[in-house]
Design a binder for this molecule. Sequence first.
Ligand code: PBG
Length: 331
Amino acid sequence: MNLRAEFPALRLRRLRQSPALRRLVAETRLSVEQLVLPLFARAGRKLRRPVGAMPGVSQFSPDEIVKEAERAHRAGVPAVLLFGIPETKDNKASQAYARNGIVQQTVRRLKKELPDLLLITDVCLCGYMEHGHCGIVQRDSKGARVLNDPTLQLLAATAASHAEAGADIVAPSDMMDGRVAGIRKALDAAGFARVPIMSYAAKMASAFYGPFREAAGSTPQFGDRQSYQMQATNADEAMKEIRLDMDEGADIILVKPALPCLDLIRRAKQEVGSPLAAYQVSGEYAMIKAAAARGMLDEQRAMWETLYAIRRAGADIVLSYFAPCAAEQLT
Ligand code: PBG
């Protein structure tokens, strides 16, 4: 009798002998249908402006974004998340809800040319505000504060204008209190009761948004976002934020960043169910790209390992700048 056969580790190892066997017994699967590609739109024609810290990611004019979206869509990516870089900024984020704002224009164009592609629009004001904060700022003798309630109206107007342009899902990322309810009310009133809300419900104040702020031109001109984004120390609070958003009518819950929040993804999946999305943000992408470019790690393996970790934690939907690259290999 072969005693080694009774050795449990060997029994497990038996199933790891070939790629096909490993795939057969994989507990976690990633389907191309679960991927969402974030894209940055800016005014112009034939414009592709690379984002320095994010090799492979660019800001695109609407005509070019169509090509980029088409490429991803052809590889099987079902949805894109749109961010806009406006030509002008002010202190009431006028271009965020302008009928002909950059996101609105891009949505119309994409809907026309790629009718089957799902369009998710990021609803936030930071990229449209001169000061770069996610809400209306009041300055007084004590300094500057972001005003929650007056901001809600602008967010609601922004979401409604995205839906009007043809957005399939709106995704508020600002973290103001009450914005999901406000947006739901505005969408219903404008005849868009069927447009779902994907809420960035648990959004940590994170260093990993760094490259995004270059990509979207939304770096705060003073202070930081710690008064309205969550602190990394608090998981119970994150669950509370998620429950509040669900009570207000969020249809899809989003956690971000992804890798530093795998525990939150897991807890959210267990405690609230609901379609759950996780966003592998700019810094997570940049970190892998930068390390790989210096020969410090294998980019492809790091990509798969992180994407599977996010799925394994419990995310149903994965937003990632790696989406086209992963999709091309998944299909
Ligand atoms: C806007 C917003 C941010 C991201 C998504 N929406 C930046 C921030 O909150 O500072 C980050 C996405 C990324 O880093 O890829 N509020």
